[in-house]
Design a protein around this ligand. Sequence first.
Ligand code: PLP
Length: 380
Amino acid sequence: MNYIPFYIPHIPKSTNKSVIQVINSGWLTSGKKVQEFEQQFSKIINSKNSIVVSSGTAALHLAYLAHELGPGDEVIVPSFTFCSTINALIHVGATPVFCDIDEKSLCINPQDIQRKITSKTKAIIVVHYGGAPADMDKINDIAKINNLIVIEDAAHAFLTRYKGQYIGSGNNTTCFSFYATKNLTTGEGGMITTNNEKVSEFVQIMRNHGISKSALSRYGKGGNWRYDVIAPGYKYNMTDIEAAIGLEQIKIAKECAKKRQDLSKKYLKSLSKNIKIILPQEVSDRQNENSWHLFTIRIKNTCSISRNVLIEKLIAAGIGTSVHFIPNHMQSYYRSNFGNDTSLPITERVFNSILSLPFYEDLTDEQIKFVCDMINNLTN
Ligand SMILES: *Cc1c(COP(=O)(O)O)cnc(C)c1O
């Protein structure tokens, strides 16, 4: 068996032609393709406004700014996420308050949110871990009672549903990532979806230097050279080349989502007899609403080998895996600036046992069988 990498993006052949067309068109930066990508994105997830940016991190940064999170504000956020969710809070000057996760969904724990609310709390950041939806009804209720803002990090949650509705189509400002390993990729990119017109307008201006006009309206046909800088904004726009890649993926996104569902079922079946591991089936009530960005298993402590040794043995067998995530409260910057003594028992326990398996549309049945046989043998 050839090496099975942790991830290979699924790029349809039609992308080549589409990208070349953009290159030959003479318009490379944010233009018509970006607009079309935003429209198609709104259409597929049913969001009111979709504003594309250069990365998921840029989306988070602008969403935090749009909701005026800043110095003096405490923001409740899971430690169990990629560092950018938290770094962007530092960029706006807010104080992250690390919250534990729910043992089943691995998303933010509503009970721990309650415990961490103080008079300075302004917002709650939700991460839909691995593509499984967080307990949004409970979280939105807590937010409403305490007058808090909710922002959703949906980097894993393109086409995740919660009670039938796509993540990003509701009332909370939501941030997506199109990084190379995400379910929908443009190489690098991100999207903000929002119902709030003020947030939408703010983000459109701030992604383009705080200029009150887009490049298209300046350099497009009939454009005017005048522009006004109304705030010190950022250079967070996406190029038409990237948008063209994204548009081709939106066309096949529903098929890909179905494929990921099928792959998850195959994995679940081949690992179902292994009593040394915990499967995502047991940790997610909402199997069919999951976008299956990640397929993560947990190694029980009754297992004869540790997670770390298992990773080494899988590499030796030619299987790439990954760990999502190293909790942020355990990272040096956050330990030295936000307290060495933060304790999040579920997060820490889950971190020590978790393993993300190879998971992508082009994975073959033989490859899945090989990965599962290897795990079943090694953990026995
Ligand atoms: C990937 C990711 C991000 C950051 O997205 P980029 O596009 O890489 O900036 C943020 N949050 C989570 C949970 C992610 O997995």
